[in-house]
Design a protein. Structure first.
Length: 590
């Protein structure tokens, strides 16, 4: 959800039992938000400045502790409120889906005896639990720091300092590791007792891995288990049908991926538990006789209650994550009024899988955002590139400097463009590469813009919006009740009933991506072996075959529509394979 959209969502929704995740990328922004909320609630604020030792970790700890206190206070106030229309505790139970707790609430409402009703109400109060205040660390954003010209120890890097900030907080929740395995970060987690089982065998702080496929889950899960760290949740996210950074997986589609998890989840848990128990013993801790709970969550492009329920029931998924649609729920996420209007009016042409990210990873981007407008304006004025106010993406590139520079920065682009004429490029190659260089945006700063504009911290900010492609299916501001109603099938917020199924949409996105990769190969700006394209098209073909059989699980009307769409996508793939056969260098692929 970017750095700013859910930075303080727990204050808005945790008391209703709804979990959300705070990004730990930008500690400067986090410190600004701590000051803002301290002022809002009348708590004393003492700045943690950049010149103080370990400022990044300390800022994160201070902010998370503040959020924890305020959520606990809000939950206590909710429990103490009266059961009457419009009250906080009534809202808590009305938001629930059909479940045993909701049934108990309905039974209480139907009770006529005052004494019995009071008894049932007290029982309900005791079952009110806040949602989890989780945090996210993007593992690849792990810049090293220097002081007086000397590199600081490894634990002061961005990712490790963020983990330390979370580990030292009072939260009992989860850290989400996204974007792949970071050996230093993962190993460092074992230094904190909150990630280890207590005397009762419980984990105060849990680890969640965001993974794209089963193999990734196995590799990362075993790496952590060998260090005495348990993965409590594998969050399976679509490679392309998601918001923010996208991680294409060579045509491996969500349905087959979930099927593999369904068939092998017990094997995964068993293998990691064996390694985990051995590691605990080596640390002098008692091994757990049974595995801790493991959840499997899926996210990416889910748009209807039917899809939500199917994932839970057919694949045995523990939870389903919704992200992008909540950008249109102002009481849950931080998007300023101007950009809410842009999201409402967004079309497929406005929401693009772009080259905007300085991490050189495909990035879903609202191209009408103020951030994109500012980027294009700087280019037109002859000063392309961001001033790079925070530098969290100064990680990989040392093309012109001994220390890494951000490839979205003005300092890098001003050096890169003059050198491009020396690289022996054709006119078309030069044009493509120049456009790719100029497309980079300052997302590590601008993704907080929706919050800093909305709160008045920085009214002049130029927000970036990393919505997923599913945003085009929603075209109105919604309340929390309305969005919960949509998720649980009580109403529909879809713009059009003809929206393709999430599996079909992901398939079409993969076909579009493969087409783009073929164009880059033909142009000579992509040095990829034919094996890559062969695997991609074979995985897509296998996915299409799987979906043809899966359609038997759908009700008649939905099945026919799904199969019709699937046939159209299969025809697109067949045409692309024929095109590969005609392409020099790829003719062996088809």
């Amino acid at each position: 959800m970017g750095t700013g959209f859910t930075i303080d969502s727990p204050l808005m929704i945790a008391r209703y039992g709804i979990s959300s995740t705070i990004s730990l990328v930008d500690d400067t922004f986090i410190e600004q938000m701590r000051r803002f909320h301290c002022e809002q609630v009348g708590e004393p604020y003492k700045e943690i400045s950049r010149d103080q030792d370990d400022h990044r970790a300390r800022r994160i700890t201070a902010y998370l502790n503040l959020i924890d206190r305020l959520v606990e206070k809000g939950t206590d106030e909710l429990r103490a409120s009266t059961f009457e229309p419009g009250s906080e505790i009534t809202r808590y139970f009305e938001l629930l889906p059909d479940c045993p707790l909701k049934s108990s609430y309905v039974q209480m409402l139907g009770t006529s005896d005052p004494g019995e009703m009071a008894h049932k109400q007290e029982a309900l109060r005791r079952q009110v639990l806040p949602g989890s205040i989780d945090v996210n660390i993007m593992t690849k954003l792990d810049r090293n720091y220097f002081k007086n010209g000397q590199a600081l120890p490894r634990e002061f890097s961005d990712a490790l300092a963020a983990l330390r900030g979370y580990a030292n907080s009072t939260l009992s929740s989860s850290v989400v590791f996204s974007a792949g395995l970071n050996p230093h970060l993962y190993s460092y987690a074992a230094d904190f007792k909150d990630f280890m089982p207590d005397e009762a065998g419980s984990l105060k702080k849990q680890i969640v891995l965001k993974v794209s496929d089963y193999r990734s889950a196995v590799v990362q899960g075993k790496f952590l288990a060998k260090r005495g760290l348990w993965v409590s949740e594998y969050r399976i996210e679509s490679g392309l049908n998601c918001g923010g950074h996208a991680f294409p997986s060579k045509g491996n589609l969500m349905g087959p991926i979930l099927e593999e998890f369904k068939q092998k989840n017990e094997e995964l848990i068993g293998q990691t538990h064996k390694l985990y128990s051995t590691a605990l013993s080596l640390r002098g801790l008692s091994p757990t006789p049974d595995p801790h709970e493991v959840r499997f969550r899926v996210s990416g492009g889910i748009g209807t209650a039917e899809e939500h329920a199917f994932l839970l029931n057919f694949y045995g998924i523990s939870k389903v994550g919704w992200g992008t649609p909540f950008l249109l729920v102002p009481e849950v996420t931080n998007v300023d009024d101007e950009h809410i209007e842009k999201l409402i009016n967004a079309t497929d042409d406005d929401v693009c899988l772009s080259a905007s990210s300085p991490l050189n990873v495909p990035f879903w981007n609202l191209m009408t955002s103020a951030s994109e407008e500012a980027r294009r304006k700087r280019i037109s004025e002859g000063r392309p590139g961001s001033p790079c106010p925070k530098g969290h993406a100064k990680i990989f590139n040392t093309e012109f400097t001994p220390r890494p520079d951000c490839i979205a920065s003005r300092s890098y682009i001003s050096k890169k463009l003059p050198h491009m004429g020396e690289e022996g490029l054709t006119e078309e190659q030069f044009k493509w590469i120049k456009e790719n260089v100029l497309n980079k945006s300052c997302i590590c700063h601008d993704l907080s813009g929706g919050a800093t504009v909305k709160t008045g911290i920085d009214p002049e900010a130029t927000p970036s919006i990393c919505c997923g492609p599913a945003i085009v299916n929603f075209s109105k501001i919604a309340t929390l009740e309305e969005m919960a109603g949509h998720i649980y099938g009580r109403l529909s917020l879809l713009t059009s009933a003809d929206r393709p199924h999430m599996f079909i949409r992901e398939l079409s996105l993969n076909l579009d991506y493969l087409r783009g990769e073929m164009e880059k190969f033909s142009l000579g700006v992509m040095n990829t072996a034919p094996k890559y394209f062969r695997e991609f098209k074979d995985n897509l073909a296998a996915g299409i075959e799987y979906y043809g059989k899966l359609a038997e699980q759908f009700v008649e009307g939905k099945r026919t529509h799904f199969l019709d769409d699937l046939t159209k996508q299969k025809e697109v793939l067949e045409k692309m394979i024929a095109g590969m056969a005609r392409e020099p260098g790829l003719n062996a692929v088809g």
